[in-house]
Design a binder for this molecule. Structure first.
Ligand code: COA
Length: 253
């Protein structure tokens, strides 16, 4: 696995850590491939009962690496990001995420596919796709309205307003808010509690709680087609280029 994804399995818990703090844990294709390998390894290891996903203090992840979006746009369901999200969304074992600091783009989206989320009180969530000339992904256009309704979703997907940990808790995007310094400890403690329970009952309960998989898969494919088209579009390239060049985008008429 690449150094920026750290995998450790111990005491029935597989811990997957995103560790690229100098770039706010922005995710590259090789990191998605390593995340996929990590989830598959955890799923395949009988001793592992629970999967934990953590970032660094101050940054869960700043989302997809925007430079890579420009240089090697992930268009196509066989790309590492899609394989990672398929592995996460399809995981049989319980996934608990611990979010400290920023969770941008896929950083917030992936939480909608986790079973429990612990957030630090300074965590900040955002889905800035329209700002970047992009559209929602991985069924967030379905799952977020199901949680909070279409009008509130509009604030975060059309206005691209970030939201704080308190709102994330009220929305049901996270399960609990704790002091930022306690995120990893609480996440690991929850994972240990679940790892000690009846394994088959846990897996079956997770399966029963999950949204309809076919509906999710259909939405992911529909979003992916539009996402890919936007990545290749003039406005998408302008928005992403503006971020990389640290300037305001010009969308014109
Ligand atoms: N892709 C690539 N690089 C990123 C990145 C991303 N998504 N997010 C942050 N970085 C890089 C910055 O370019 C910077 O690199 P540099 O030191 O070589 O210039 C470094 O990480 C630190 O980021 P910086 O912007 O200086 O930190 P900040 O605390 O001022 O702001 C963010 C943090 C996350 C708010 C800001 O970096 C940001 O808006 N990033 C883009 C988030 C985004 O839109 N993600 C994609 C969603 S689809």
């Amino acid at each position: 696995m690449v150094g920026e994804i750290v995998y450790r399995a111990e005491g029935g818990i597989a811990q997957i850590k995103i560790d690229r703090p100098d770039k706010k844990n922005a995710l590259t294709a090789s990191m998605y491939a390593a995340l996929t390998d990590a989830i598959r390894a955890a799923e395949a290891e009988p001793a592992v009962r629970v999967i934990v996903i953590l970032g660094s203090e101050g940054a869960f992840t700043a989302g997809n690496d925007l430079q890579e979006f420009l240089q090697d746009p992930p268009t196509g369901l066989d790309r590492p990001v899609y394989r990672f999200m398929a592995a996460l969304a399809g995981a049989e074992k319980v996934v608990v995420a611990g979010v400290s600091g920023l969770a941008v783009g896929i950083g917030t989206t992936l939480l909608l596919h986790c079973d429990l989320v612990v957030a630090g009180d300074t965590a900040r969530f955002s889905l800035p796709f329209v700002t970047l000339g992009l559209v929602p992904e991985f069924a967030s256009s379905l799952l977020l309205p199901q949680l909070i309704g279409r009008q509130l979703t509009g604030k975060h997907l059309l206005l691209a307003e970030p939201f704080d940990a308190g709102k994330a808790l009220a929305y049901g995007v996270v399960s609990e808010v704790v002091a930022a310094a306690q995120v990893e400890a609480v996440t690991m403690e929850w994972a240990a509690r679940i790892a000690a329970k009846a394994p088959r009952a846990v897996i079956e309960t997770k399966r029963l709680l999950k949204p309809e998989p076919l509906q999710i898969a259909r939405r992911i494919a529909a979003e992916a087609a539009t996402f890919s088209a936007q990545l290749e579009s003039k406005e998408g390239k302008e928005a992403l280029g503006a971020f990389v060049e640290k300037r305001a985008p010009q969308f014109g008429a």
